[in-house]
Design a protein around this ligand. Sequence first.
Ligand code: NAD
Length: 480
Amino acid sequence: MLHLQNYINGALVPPTSGQYLDNFNPALGEVYSLIPDSDERDVAAAQAAAQAAFPAWSTMPKEKRSALLLKLSGLIQKNLDRLALAESVDQGKPVWLAKSVDIPRAVSNFHFYATGILHDSTEAHAMEETAINYTLRTPVGVAGCISPWNLPLYLFTWKIAPALASGCTVVAKPSEITPMTAYLLSELAIEAGLPAGVLNIVHGLGPKVGTAIVSHPEIPAISFTGGTKTGETISSIAAPMFKKLSLELGGKNPTIVFADADFEKSVHTAVRAAFSNQGEICLCGSRIFVERSIYEKFRDAFVDGVKKLQVGDPMLDESWIGAIVSKQHYDKVLSYIELAKQEGGRVLCGGTALHPEGRCKNGWFIAPTVIEGLSYDCRTNQEEIFGPVVTLQPFDTEEEVLQYANSTRYGLACSLWTSNLSRTHRMAAKIHSGIVWVNCWLLRDLRTPFGGMKGSGVGREGGFEALRFFTEEKNVCIRL
Ligand code: NAD
């Protein structure tokens, strides 16, 4: 069986403990590879390598740094099919989705930041004949990057690319649930000729490897994407150490549909927003609020659309929904369906596990589930399920739906459907979320800052914001 390796100081190495963890293929429900069960000793080795590589990497002319990162981007593109297949086997998502979204985005992440640094600049402020002020940005040092399992290579590279581009060296940890594409990335980093120690990837469990990264005194910046609870733990360690901290956390996003919206487009996109990637995207719209005058018409069309989504073998082009990432998560999602029923919800479609015929019969599949009849403030509507389960609820007024939408501890994203321009601006300003999509979903120029409000996180990633995060800012004032 394949044993994945850590990538430390330019080489693929086993964990110090010599121990490995099972890595499952969720579509089959079977172990298919083993991942290093690393600990603080591996993190210490990775940090030492990153520290040693920092002086040369951070002072390398940016054209040269850019060329190396572009080479890595090109290698990801060249290996797109292989990476997409690996990501699908590891995560459970359909191969076509990994091929069309996840891996191309990993290519773009490196491309965007490799070229971004060539065009970045700092500000200068002249005080007429008295003085001149200017801003200097220098890479912060060794950056710690920790990512989740839902968009494995996409989110891993979303952190690593700006960190490396800005001149930091990196100690990174992918999710132990989906480690495969990060492992393949380490092979590509070697092929690209990235200098030893610039990027280090340590596999293993959050409480061991993640904690060791977060608490290491010589890792001054932590960029984390994952659950809100984990974000709390990380904050409690990193904040008293005064580390730079970027937290991209959970979501419970509203899709709000007014009667004046384009009906067909709103139904079609709400279905996609609810169930893409098995509902395992932090930005999925899982609470759908519909203006009462069109509620029944919308509900029936929405449920019709959901019933057409094929669930099955992620290798097949016709499978729109694949497997749930792990047995533990599968049990959690099913328990939320039970909770919804206990809370008085009516299941309009789905509501059960599925067992596809053939090779996936032991995999972890759940039918896309739509529930109505719940109040906005019940647990089902307040807690992040992060799976193929959504609720529908009617509303009468803007004020009422704003109260529903803003009632959770989260504030990541919202998809708003209306053709009324004034209402668009009124609502967009009042909705608690880091991004508001109007008549669309999951559309964003990479230059736009990204992040959440409230329990969905602090800090902004994306665009030049990410380059700022990985640098220390100094302002110099020179008397003339
Ligand atoms: P998670 O918090 O369990 O794990 C995320 C990462 O943190 C993993 O690599 C894990 O090993 C590590 N980790 C776990 N405990 C740790 C600890 N004590 N210290 C340091 N690291 C630790 O999250 P998950 O289940 O992998 O991912 C799902 C969550 O991620 C959802 O809540 C989802 O909304 C969120 N998410 C947010 C965004 C965003 O951009 N806001 C994007 C994707 C996913």
